[in-house]
Design a protein around this ligand. Structure first.
Ligand SMILES: O=S(=O)(O)CCCN1CCN(CCO[C@@H]2O[C@H](CO)[C@@H](O)[C@H](O)[C@H]2O)CC1
Length: 481
């Protein structure tokens, strides 16, 4: 493996939190058992089986709903401090509203949290990881402002039910992919293609919902439960394709359109200027009478600002950027509105996921940028990982990936003073990788989807990650370092 000078001469702090992660729709299965309601992924994949490779779906997947004790044993074996998982809204509230609580669903999460605590593992709970109850989508979904109070009622119930044992909450996983992929590109449930319109309505409501949930925790629960509420925002690192001022500006613009879209309202206030300017200019040029990007009132700007006790960052990959010449003024969508083109360099090693390239230097650049942009927020890497096609147990590529990215996180902490308090490998086990089905495997543990028992088997990376956690430093297999 390549030698990185920092690999073997840096220790992670004793209180640095190493963890691993999954999400409800990707691992639980039991899609319609014990009173769970239908969610937008159930509906989308049952009505469009070819939406995913091989028609794979979450009906059973890893069957974690029935195998959660075994899963917690694997998490324990990893010797991690925390396990990040998400709550399936429709398992707790089958029609999405608090008028009907499914006790069996509540009990499942209470059992999971109890099992984690019994094994001295910190539960890191994502309230929403893309699996909206179908009834709420039928009522308009994220673009309909009614969703705000539906989410806040759901979040308040979660705080009430689980808040005595859960001290780390994340409202949303990757708002950009919730909105852009769900309602813009249509590449994720509910699969709506309304780029530049419904993705912006989704984000407007999602930000209000996040902020309201944070204020509810702050006013009604923090004093007694003493926990923290954050949000998980993802982005590539966007590398200028040359050091021309145009390319440097394109990088900054793309960062604002992907990370700033959500971080700017929460950490500074309001949408980023370049988003507001670009989208207004393009909307008017397209004949709209006002910007396609909704506007916050001054009160809303103040209400949303400051609503994150920590920042979860999902970072996997990078891309090269440059301004789009003679852009099509009629193209709409958050990518077109950025007027930036991005692509992957041929020189970068690939993962199985088409968007995944091995660019560890990108995580240090993104973390440094976040620190400078948002005044050094407390950060935990809530997802980072490598996918292959065959789920090989001899996963040396994943071992290299994790070590190189951790080394770059370490550099951001040492050289740039970024306040990173944890790192989380995506994922505990191979699972349903959205449109790629079971063909993209991210797990530290292999899952045999052909066996009814969904047998989990440790890959080589399990031993390496255990060592990193035990020794607090990166194993360097170089002999000449
Ligand atoms: O969107 S950008 O314009 O900035 C760049 C495009 C590429 N992204 C990279 C990450 N990605 C998946 C992240 O998705 C995350 O990572 C895991 C692996 O995919 C998933 O299994 C998790 O559920 C999800 O939280 C969505 C697409």
């Amino acid at each position: 493996a390549p030698c990185y000078a920092t690999l073997n001469n840096k220790k992670f702090p004793d209180d640095f939190m190493f963890g691993t992660a999954t999400s409800s729709y990707q691992v639980e299965g039991a899609w319609n058992e014990d009173g769970k309601g239908e969610n937008i992924w159930d509906r989308l994949l049952h009505t469009n089986p070819n939406f995913t490779v091989n028609g794979d779906n979450g009906d059973i997947t890893c069957n974690s709903y029935h195998k959660y004790k075994e899963d917690v044993a694997l998490v324990k074996e990893l010797n991690v401090t925390h396990y990040r998982f998400s709550l399936a809204w429709a398992r707790i509230l089958p029609n999405g509203h608090v008028d009907q609580i499914n006790e069996a669903g509540v009990q499942y999460y209470k059992n999971l949290i109890t099992e984690l605590r019994a094994n001295n593992i910190e539960p890191f709970v994502t309230i929403y990881h893309w699996d909206l109850p179908q009834t709420l989508q039928d009522e308009g979904g994220w673009p309909n402002s009614n969703i705000v109070d539906a989410f806040v009622d759901y979040a308040r119930l979660c705080f009430q039910l689980f808040g005595d044992e859960v001290k780390y909450w994340m409202t949303f996983n990757e708002p950009k992919n919730t909105c852009w992929q769900g309602y813009g590109a249509g590449t994720k449930a509910p699969g709506i293609k309304a780029a530049g319109i419904e993705d912006y309505l989704c984000s407007h409501n999602l930000l209000k919902a996040h902020a309201k949930a944070w204020h509810v925790y702050d006013e009604e629960f923090r004093a007694t439960q003493k926990g923290q509420v954050g949000i998980v925002i993802d982005s590539n690192w966007w590398e200028p394709s040359t050091n021309s001022s145009d390319d440097l500006e394109a990088s900054e613009t793309k960062l604002q359109f992907t990370f700033g879209w959500y971080a700017h309202p929460i950490f500074i206030g309001d949408y980023p200027k370049v988003m507001k300017n670009n989208i207004r200019r393009r909307s008017l040029a397209q004949g709209y009478t006002k910007s396609r990007l909704p506007e916050f009132t001054p009160e809303e700007i103040e209400f949303i600002k400051g609503t994150a006790d920590f920042l979860g960052v999902n970072m996997y990959s990078s891309a090269l950027v440059t301004p789009v010449e003679n852009h099509d003024v009629n193209a709409i969508g958050y990518e077109a509105d950025s007027e930036v083109r991005d692509w992957l360099s041929e020189n970068w090693k690939r993962g199985a996921s088409p968007w995944l390239v091995v660019t560890p230097w990108g995580v240090q650049k993104l973390l440094r940028w976040i620190k400078e942009q948002y005044d050094n927020p407390r950060i935990i890497i809530t997802e980072n990982g490598y996918s292959d096609y065959d789920g090989t147990l001899d996963d040396v590529d994943r071992i290299d990936y994790i070590q190189q990215y951790l080394s770059s996180v370490r550099d951001a902490m040492d050289e740039d003073g970024v306040d990173v308090f944890g790192y989380t490998v995506w994922s505990l086990m191979d699972n349903l990788e959205w449109v790629y089905g079971f063909t993209n495997k991210f797990g530290l543990y292999n899952v045999d989807f052909n066996s009814p028992n969904r047998t989990r088997t440790a890959k080589k990376s399990v031993g390496v990650y255990q060592n990193i956690i035990r020794t607090r430093c990166l194993v360097d297999d170089c002999i000449d370092s």
